[in-house]
Design a protein around this ligand. Structure first.
Ligand code: NAP
Ligand code: MG
Length: 402
């Protein structure tokens, strides 16, 4: 069989620890035998980030702007322990934060659904994708403890020096206060990313805030989404047969619990933080959660939602057998390859991505899986495989379908 050709390179961001080991196995077993893999390689492993003063992270994000699609391995975000462990020059920032700052995107997280790993919510049949706004609100808040009686106000001083005031509260005793903000530009980018991704994946888009109580703050989110929808996306949504649906956050939560899934749920920063943990644990496992950063300019960066699986890596270094789940990392590759295929009109590449995903799911549904899934599954006849044998089992299933 001839290998599939690629016209445009994919930006490849290698990473750390156990996921770096899986990365190579996935390439060797599942990609290189079938594709003339054309990637521009960036080593985001912590040693190389340190050696380049983290310039490599910036370069990889700029390359994503140039080529449009990237696939990223999980990376270490250094803390004090890592600075010591890797003898770092500095406590380098989170690569994901750096990349997000350059691409200005929204992160979409979706579970990979397989038979035998049933969601805790019985009605959920299809994945629910969470789109979390990643700027502002309580994450950039300013807080104060109020020691005793006194007046607290919001003050806006315009550039010409004029002031607008709004009373927060006349305190008669001790209390607390918090100020937070968001930016119209950031909310607009968030909205564009969500509408684009809904069209891209042909799924309904839900958005919810507490606009009945927060008549200016949350209401502005609602208005910006609606204005952008009416001006730029309404026709395309209707043509694609999908819906944009706004409701109150309380109503959204109730509807999600009774839904079948199969839509995107756009959330403000805090709601997305909380709800994505609820959705991922109710669907089963962090190792089965994909993540894609979509920029408002239409750049895509695919990755697994989990980290570098450090505990398994130390076992691996000790020569012990590991059973680390590579599914989310495989799906990061297939997501990126499919997108590359779509953008380049390369049907063979997109089709290969579909087949690899199907082979992965079929392998698990046939009872062959890693240890983490064996603890969750309702299947009876289960074979627990080690990291490498699981990938080899997927290759066997894949070869039968090619
Ligand atoms: P983690 O790597 O997600 O792992 C936490 C635990 O979850 C593991 O110890 C393992 O449980 C289980 N797990 C996660 N992924 C798994 C998989 N693919 N297969 C099987 N089990 C899996 O989180 P962490 O240990 O808190 O973080 C490790 C490093 O990852 C940190 O340096 C952090 O900075 C980095 N991180 C990176 C990203 C990213 O690049 N996007 C995201 C999060 C964290 P058991 O040990 O019980 O088997
Ligand atoms: Mg959280």
């Amino acid at each position: 069989m001839d290998k599939i050709k690629m016209t445009t390179p994919l930006v490849e961001m290698d990473g750390d620890e156990m996921t770096r080991i899986l990365w190579k196995m996935i390439k060797d077993e599942l990609l290189l035998p079938f594709i003339d893999l054309n990637t521009e390689y960036y080593d985001l492993g912590l040693e190389h980030r340190n050696a380049t003063d983290d310039q490599v992270t910036v370069d990889s994000a700029l390359a994503t702007k140039k080529y449009g699609v990237a696939v990223k391995c999980a990376t270490i975000t250094p803390n004090a322990a890592r600075v010591k462990e890797y003898d770092l020059k500095e406590m380098w920032k989170s690569p994901n934060g750096t990349i997000r700052a350059i691409l200005d995107g929204t992160v979409f997280r979706a579970p990979i659904v397989v038979k035998g790993i049933e969601p805790n919510v019985k009605t959920w049949k299809k994945p629910i994708t969470i789109a979390r706004h990643a700027y502002g609100d309580v994450y950039k808040g300013t807080e104060m403890k109020i020691p005793g009686p006194g007046k607290v106000e919001l003050v806006y001083t315009a550039e010409d020096g004029s002031e607008t005031r709004e009373l927060i509260h006349n305190f008669t005793g001790a209390g607390i206060v918090q100020g937070m903000h968001n930016l119209s530009d950031s909310i607009s980018s968030f909205a564009h990313s969500c509408f684009k991704y809904a069209l891209d994946t042909k799924q309904d888009l839900w958005f919810a805030t507490k606009d009945t109580i927060s008549k200016k703050y949350d209401h502005t989110f609602k208005d910006i989404f609606q204005d952008i929808y009416d001006a730029d996306y309404k026709e395309a949504f209707e043509a694609a047969g999908i819906e944009y649906f706004y409701t109150l956050i309380d109503d959204a939560v109730a509807r999600v619990m009774k839904s079948e899934g199969g839509y995107i749920w756009a959330c403000k920063n805090y709601d997305g933080d909380v709800m994505s943990d609820m959705i991922s644990s109710a669907f089963g496992s962090l190792a089965m959660m994909t993540s894609v950063l979509v920029s408002p300019d239409g750049y895509y960066e695919y990755e697994a939602a989990h980290g570098t699986v450090q505990r398994h890596y130390y076992k691996y270094l000790n020569g012990e057998e590991t059973s680390t789940n590579s599914v989310a990392t495989i799906f990061a590759w297939t997501g990126a390859l499919r997108k590359r295929g779509e953008l380049d009109g390369n049907a063979a590449l997109a089709e290969f991505a579909d087949k690899l995903e199907k082979a992965t799911i079929d392998t698990i549904e046939s009872g062959k899986m890693t240890r983490d899934l064996s603890l969750l599954t309702t299947l009876e006849d289960v074979t627990i495989l080690n990291s490498e044998d699981f990938i080899k089992a997927i290759r066997e299933t894949l070869e039968k379908s090619l």
